[in-house]
Design a protein around this ligand. Sequence first.
Ligand code: ARG
Length: 461
Amino acid sequence: NSGALWGGRFVGGPSDALAALSKSTQFDWRLAPYDIAGSRAHARVLQQAGLLTDTELSGMISALDQLEADVRDGSYTPANSDEDVHGSLEKGLIERAGAELGGKLRAGRSRNDQIATLGRMYLRDHASIIASGVLDMIDALVEQAEAHPYAPMPGRTHLQHAQPILLSHQLLAHAWALSRDVERLRDWDARAAVSPYGSGALAGSSLGLDPEAVAAELGFESATFNSIDGTAARDVYAEFAWVAAMIAVDLSRFAEEVILWATKEFSFVKLHDSFSTGSSIMPQKKNPDIAELARGKAGRLIGDLSGLLATLKALPLAYNRDLQEDKEPVFDAIDQLEVLLPAMSGMMSTLTFNTERLAELAPQGFALATDIAEWLVRQGVPFRVAHELAGEAVRVCEEKNCELWDLSDEDFASISEHLTPQVREVLTVEGSLNSRSAQGGTSPSAVAEQLTALKKVLAEL
Ligand code: ARG
């Protein structure tokens, strides 16, 4: 049976049904360059251990180089009968190096330690691509924040008007969350940078191979200290899937705001033509598809994570074939984020804000009531009482169908003697914003400090 990695004890080849079920080249072929890099490193430790001569090593390396070039230009692809990337590449190696030499490479390694290593290599490369995609999105948020340093907007809790805030403050809130996601990817890498190569099937190798040398050649910090853990653990994949899902969830929270902000009712933002879509029937439509896809894909990435965790649950050590199911969830998470992030950054950086409308709505819905209460506190009124009095002012406004600043001096006086006409100093958006000047607050000065702090964090990422 062509390209099979076993034979000795088998009389016949696998049934078609088994081959169809078992096959993974349709998704693991993307690991081919990593498999070949692993093979090169493995060939070198075989030579160091005296299991390949110098001539054999150079023959092996040039056959692997040739194979890599053929994989890259598409002239070598897996045959329909190939089970997985490892088997297919061994067959390709043998075609180029001959059966005698090509057949020597498999000594001291197993597909179990190979796949565990290749997966980590692939994830590490894509973690850094995703991190730079997230950083681009953060840059887009920061640029918009810097373009609107003083623009007020209605701040919300429970989606209800709460207090006026700066638009830049709101945008930077998303940037902070995403910056922690980049930190997570960096932290994760410390755990991913350990190579399982040399673990063999589960018990390690008897051939005197040096796992640290392989690890170093493949860009890892070290080799695993436990071959069972090396071949069986997938927590590094699961943690990656969690961080990927968190990125998608953070993007979806911003996306949801964009979707709301782009409605006729909100009219806070206008999407750029090149980052929005039309309708095939309704000529007037301009749809926030990117944001909706972000929201949708967040669900998908949560599914990738939970599917992977479900695969791992209660799986005995060491390798089990169930682990072949570890790849598609993380590959899917990577593929989705790699198309989503550039679209989200583009949508963000081309968004136009209706700052006039944002400013007009900022104080509405009695969003300055807290300012009245806090002003009273500064006059020595206990907060419990101040809260009551500000609440009464809101009730009077509702009766009169007006906003807080429309109340007359008499209205205020009839609520409480403490509510002197001076209270008007906090009944402006500007006064409200400026008063929240401590670290983390929404005043222009605090937001400027926040921006400096964020940039410092970003510079270290
Ligand atoms: N294709 C397999 C996987 O993805 C590689 C390891 C197979 N090992 C084995 N003993 N069948 O997990």
